[in-house]
Write a protein of this length. Structure first.
Length: 273
């Protein structure tokens, strides 16, 4: 996600410096005009706004507090925008630490995957100070089709977890519907054509339906990451029946399909049949 998002900022004319723990992933951006930093502390020392896109709470803490982390530099009067899907708790924790260092923090996770990042069609939900949001909004608007400040620090994270919770329900529901139809003599492509013309038609059905038909389960958003997000949702109060069922099902699929796309839940459920 960070790569196509950085490309959007380069296209918009921003001076972009990047840091990635895996140095080979910086090469494409460097060829497009980005500069690179050897460590997070170097990155923030030479920039005004730092955008973070990592996997989980552990990576966030390491990025800020690690041996060469952001906090090892003079961070006063700078802004950090954390666009990762992480817990509201870690955002509140980091925001408090940032405030003590006169560093502004905003959580701004995104709805959308690589395709939306490549076309600047992400939906961005921010949590934090309204003044800070207005400062970074021009940047966010180069990354997505909608950028909204929805509340205090952590609000963006909570909204993203709600969205991904629904995503898990829909993904499992789509898989189960295709399996039900197939077991009754209706080919997946036939059902998907019907769904594509029905009242519940949406781009996600086509995207993931095509993945099933074409046997393409390369991860755009991995199954293990939807499990991570469902656990974070549970931590902030998800105790409802569908939530518990989705977490149980996706978690059981991790050993075989964790690194595949979340629609690989279809393979897990189909095999179980």
């Amino acid at each position: 996600m960070g790569n196509p998002m950085s490309q959007q900022l380069l296209k918009a004319g921003y001076a972009v410096m990047v840091y990635n723990r895996h140095k080979d992933k910086e090469a494409e951006l460097k060829a497009l005009g980005a500069t690179t930093a050897s460590a997070p502390k170097e990155l923030i020392a030479q920039t005004d706004v730092v955008i973070i896109m990592v996997t989980d709470d552990k990576a966030i803490r390491e990025l800020f507090e690690g041996e060469n982390g952001l906090f090892k530099a003079d961070v006063s009067h700078k802004i950090v925008v954390n666009m990762s899907t992480v817990s509201p708790a870690v955002s509140k924790e980091m925001a408090a630490l940032c405030q003590a260092k006169n560093l502004q923090y905003m959580d701004a996770p995104v709805s959308g995957s690589v395709k939306q990042a490549e076309t600047a069609q992400l939906v961005i939900m921010a949590g934090g100070d309204a003044t800070v949001f207005e400062q970074v909004k021009p940047i966010l608007e180069k990354l997505g089709k909608l950028a909204v400040n929805i509340g205090a620090v952590g609000a963006g994270n909570a909204a993203k977890l709600a969205i991904n919770t629904l995503l898990s329900f829909y993904t499992q529901g789509l898989a189960e519907a295709i399996i039900l139809a197939k077991n009754n003599g209706i080919a997946p492509e036939v059902l998907l054509n019907l769904l594509g013309n029905a009242a519940i038609a949406n781009p996600y059905t086509k995207l993931k339906g095509d993945a099933i038909v074409n046997d393409n389960f390369t991860a755009a958003f991995s199954l293990k990451n939807i499990v991570k997000d469902l656990k974070l949702s549970r931590d902030i109060g998800l105790t409802t029946p569908l939530g518990e069922a989705a977490l149980k099902t996706f978690e059981a699929a991790i050993p075989e399909h964790g690194d595949e796309d979340l629609i690989a839940i279809y393979k897990y459920l189909d095999k179980a049949e």
